[in-house]
Design a protein around this ligand. Structure first.
Ligand code: GRF
Length: 204
């Protein structure tokens, strides 16, 4: 399965996907890393791995999100991308792009959805006093951080955690979860069925 990874920054989830794809039996390859920021560190990670990169800056399309998204779409199609993976991509995508990539667009979010959509998830988890937190890989729908859930990983919230410590623990779980979710899709084991994803015919 040919992957396009969209990033805006650090790219540690991108790195986890690069590392997973390096295994000979992994059923996916990254054919393009696309960033909306020219200085995203993830672009260096991609270059180091010999993966083609492109930058489509939202700043080049002031007030015209459709043009920005059409430019990204063109890059992805040109590279032969079959599945778009958002990995720390910090622009909200409009229904236009979400529809163009319906059921071929996934995101990783640092919480156990549907809890804590949006930003500052670790701070909010601590404020709320949940005992478990984690991450979710889901298909993208027009509504932010919604869409059928493919996979989740839970981590404990430990006494004495601050947001930084909790974020580190969640991030480590993200790096295992994202390749796992991509593998499920690439092997045809994750099937969208209305609002949920069925894994091998079993709802999880
Ligand atoms: C991750 O926590 C991801 O879940 C969230 O943004 C962060 C991106 O980190 N959407 P990185 O760029 O993959 O290191």
């Amino acid at each position: 399965l040919k992957l396009g990874v969209l990033i805006s920054g650090r790219g540690s989830n991108l790195q986890a996907l690069i590392d997973a794809c390096a295994a000979p039996d992994f059923p996916a390859e990254i054919v393009l890393v696309l960033s909306n920021k020219a200085d995203a560190f993830g672009l260096e990670r991609a270059a180091k791995a010999g993966i083609p990169t492109a930058v489509v800056s939202h700043r080049d399309f002031p007030g015209d999100k459709a043009a920005f998204e059409t430019a990204m779409d063109a890059q992805l199609r040109q590279a032969g991308v079959q599945l778009v993976c958002l990995a720390g991509f910090m622009r909200l995508l409009s229904p236009l792009f979400v529809t163009l990539w319906n059921d071929a667009l996934i995101n990783i979010h640092p919480s156990l959805l549907p809890s804590f959509k949006g930003l500052d998830t670790h701070e909010r988890a601590l404020e709320t006093g949940v005992r478990f937190h984690g991450c979710t890989v889901h298909y993208v729908r027009a509504e932010m951080d919604a869409g059928p859930i493919i996979a989740q990983a839970a981590v404990p919230v430990l006494p004495g955690d601050d947001a930084h410590a909790l974020a580190d623990r969640v991030l480590e779980s993200e790096h295992a979860l994202y390749p796992h979710a991509v593998r499920l899709i690439a092997e045809g084991r994750a099937r969208v069925d209305g609002a949920v994803v069925r894994i091998n015919g079993v709802s999880q």
